[in-house]
Design a protein around this ligand. Structure first.
Ligand code: SF4
Length: 331
């Protein structure tokens, strides 16, 4: 029997090549070996979105995201793909786990402190309870593995602690989710400094046209020490070179030497990258276009995913409530 993997991602709308190289490609490859459950965690998004204005694009963002996931190769026959709020058992487990999770553990979480600084006018309970909801997402499906990068290991360790505490109080119920470490590179944005992000507008959307992609790449920062074409470059510190490596590692093996000896200029190097990115993403973009013309199919994928996820979730909730003596026994 295949082991189970769970991962969730916030509905951020159209995905960019940082999401693709950093997470989605890995999601796709895990499907061959594991039973995968991939969730669009819309409730988590509410910790930072607020009010009618804040949530107005939520449904659109879910739709854009699932289109990118499906176009990239997530297969609803192999994986369960669903939206978090469509399986409300997760909120029930969140409440039950909140009774066993010490407050001090949550108050020490560095990301909570960061969020408090980032949104001082909206320090809601959800920000504090975020790790408990995240743990609920994973263990509701008794997932054994969670794909994470090194930087996310502390979050998963807290989830493991929450599991250990529940198990010690109520008996072995949940497996401790283990990290499935991904070697995916951290993709730097077009500003050449920060992680690629939609918020920072330093990204290239998977669904961009070939022309848009080329235009975006031409605006990218490169090696700042290279002022003139005749200056030798430093490809190891250049964002454009790292994207070459990610998309066409074989075809672009001469670039470092040509860059260091100033045989290639940054404009030509970027044009080459645009061709590589567009060639690599053309099949995905075609599939996405086709999927976008079949909204009923996409909606069915999510409904079916929610049904399958809920079947697992109900069993877990029943077991948890039984352990916590919350099921009435007629005498
Ligand atoms: Fe970067 Fe290419 Fe310019 Fe070298 S030639 S600095 S790798 S963009």
């Amino acid at each position: 029997m295949k082991k189970r993997v769970f991962s969730g991602a916030r509905p951020t709308g159209r995905q960019h090549i940082g999401n693709y190289l950093g997470a989605i490609q890995n999601y796709v490859s895990l499907q061959a070996e594991y039973e995968c459950i991939y969730c669009i965690v819309d409730i988590h998004a509410l910790t930072t979105l607020q009010g009618v204005e804040g949530v107005k694009n939520l449904q659109q963002n879910v739709r854009e995201m699932i289109l990118d996931w499906l176009a990239a190769g997530l297969d609803p026959k192999k994986s369960i793909l669903f939206v978090q709020s469509e399986v409300p058992e997760v909120t029930e487990l969140h409440t039950l786990l909140s009774m066993t999770t010490p407050l001090g553990w949550l108050m020490r979480v560095p990301t909570f402190k960061e969020k408090v600084k980032m949104q001082p006018d909206n320090v809601n309970y959800g920000l504090l309870g975020y790790p408990v909801l995240m743990t609920s997402d994973i263990i509701l499906y008794k997932a054994e593995f969670v794909p994470v990068g090194e930087d996310q290991l502390p979050h998963l360790e807290l989830a493991r602690e929450i599991v250990r505490r529940f198990n010690s109080l109520y008996g072995d119920t949940f497996p401790e989710p283990k990290p499935k470490l991904t070697q995916a590179p951290m993709i730097v944005g077009l500003d050449g400094v920060q992680k690629m992000s939609k918020q920072l507008n330093n990204h290239i959307e998977l669904a961009a046209t070939a022309e848009e992609t080329a235009q975006r790449i031409m605006t990218a920062y490169t090696d700042p020490t290279r002022q003139r074409k005749s200056d030798p470059g430093h490809p190891e510190t250049c964002n454009i070179f790292h994207l070459h490596e990610a998309f066409e590692p074989m075809k672009t093996k001469d670039i470092p030497a040509h860059c260091r000896s100033a045989q290639i200029g940054c404009v030509d190097c970027k044009k080459l990258l645009a061709q590589e990115v567009n060639a690599a993403l053309a099949p995905l973009r075609e599939r996405r276009h086709e999927l976008a013309s079949r909204p009923a199919y996409v909606s069915d994928v999510l409904s079916d995913g929610a049904r399958r996820a809920q079947a697992i979730a109900r069993e877990t909730i029943r077991e948890v409530k039984d352990r916590m003596n919350l099921i009435r026994k007629d005498t």
